[in-house]
Design a protein around this ligand. Structure first.
Ligand code: GLN
Length: 229
């Protein structure tokens, strides 16, 4: 029966890991915010569904999608050949890449080759971790989130950190971490997508919403808000 013209749609449970500014993080009062959050909200509004966010460690996100305890995730997650074996992705929504961070006073680490025999800090389950593990003769230390990797770099327990360039730069700037810098060029080219369980009927809905926000100017507004100068 008609419910008074209401088209209030379904609610999707969307996983995120809010320690990854400026994509997803919490305000001082604990409110979820960031580029991904604004984008997901805009997509939901366009496509006519509601979102219930669920905080999940980045490492646990793909398993949660596989067993369908969540309907989707928005977590600056790169679309990789490995991941598409177990989950599906929306069309890409952001171009990114892994960079090297080191301490400002470190003159030895300048590029990928100089990471040989160095201790590299990474965030568990990320493309940065994968890259670090592929380097011969380096020791990789794994941390649960991105802020912990930068903390370890600051206190000298690792020599370098590999993580998404934008996130390192934002972390340095927002945390006023004067002792850290980004060096060298990007080590990967990656594109973020919104993952869902394989074959999810919601993927079309998400892609439609994404197409709309890319077309109607919402994406540009959100981009300007977080990355505009
Ligand atoms: N972009 C990286 C990846 O896909 C890191 C994402 C994250 O830590 N939220 O692995």
């Amino acid at each position: 029966s008609f419910t008074n013209g209401s088209t209030a749609g379904k609610t999707l449970t969307v996983a995120t890991e809010p320690t990854f500014p400026p994509f997803e993080f919490q305000s001082a009062t604990g409110e979820l915010q960031g580029f991904d959050i604004d984008l997901m909200n805009a997509i939901a509004q366009s496509a006519g569904f509601k979102v219930k966010y669920k905080n999940i460690p980045f490492d646990g996100m793909i398993p949660a999608l596989q067993v369908q305890t969540v309907d989707a995730a928005v977590a600056a997650m790169a679309i990789t050949a490995q991941r598409v074996k177990t989950i599906s992705f929306s069309r890409p929504y952001f171009k990114s890449g892994v960079a090297i961070a080191t301490r400002t006073d470190n003159q030895n680490i300048t590029n990928l080759d100089s990471l040989k025999n160095k201790i590299i800090g990474v965030q568990i389950g990320t493309t940065g971790a994968l890259k670090a593990k592929s380097l011969p003769g380096s020791e990789v230390r794994t941390f649960n989130d991105s802020p912990l990797t930068l903390q370890a770099l600051l206190n000298g327990s690792v020599d370098a950190v590999l993580n998404d360039r934008v996130v390192i730069l934002y972390g340095i700037k927002s945390g006023n971490l004067k002792g850290l810098k980004v060096v060298g060029s990007l080590l990967t080219e990656e594109f973020y997508g919104i993952p869902t369980p394989k074959g999810s009927p919601n993927l079309d809905l998400i892609n439609q919403g994404l197409a709309t926000v890319l077309k109607n100017g919402s994406y540009t507004k959100i981009y300007q808000k977080w990355f505009g100068t």
